[in-house]
Design a binder for this molecule. Structure first.
Ligand code: 5GP
Length: 117
């Protein structure tokens, strides 16, 4: 159901420090932490603290947050992955989204394939 996608997720618990995570960066608007099931030697997520379930659900009012999340991903990625990296945002069922709290994946430390499967 659509409303299901607006409920609290495990990422809200990580933001609230009710669930441990390997946090690598935090400020007032976003949080970055290592993915618990890494798909590359480096795999972390940057999420807005605001609960935006999907990229689809984001709007004009979220412009500053979206820009901040992307720039934060870039700053963290370029420091750790000078040879390049991949950003991914999964959206909805066909996008393989499993956690309905908007997040950017940052993957690197190996040659990424293209196109993704
Ligand atoms: P999605 O498939 O929604 O784009 O990606 C969700 C990601 O969150 C997955 O890569 C998954 O491994 C990660 N993830 C899910 N639950 C947790 C958790 O409790 N802690 C951490 N650190 N990552 C999680």
């Amino acid at each position: 159901a659509k409303h299901e996608k607006h409920k609290e997720t495990i990422f809200d618990k990580i933001i609230a420090k009710q669930l441990p995570a390997d946090i690598i960066f935090e400020d007032d608007k976003c949080l970055a932490f290592n993915d618990v099931n890494p798909q590359a030697p480096t795999h972390f997520l940057v999420i807005p603290k605001k609960r935006i379930p999907t990229l689809d659900a984001s709007c004009e009012d979220d412009k500053e947050i979206l820009g901040h999340v992307l720039l934060t991903a870039k700053i963290l990625a370029q420091k750790r992955l000078p040879n390049g990296y991949r950003l991914v945002i999964n959206n909805g069922p066909d996008g393989c989204q499993s956690v309905y709290h908007l997040h950017v994946h940052i993957l690197g430390g190996r040659q990424m394939g293209w196109p993704p499967g």
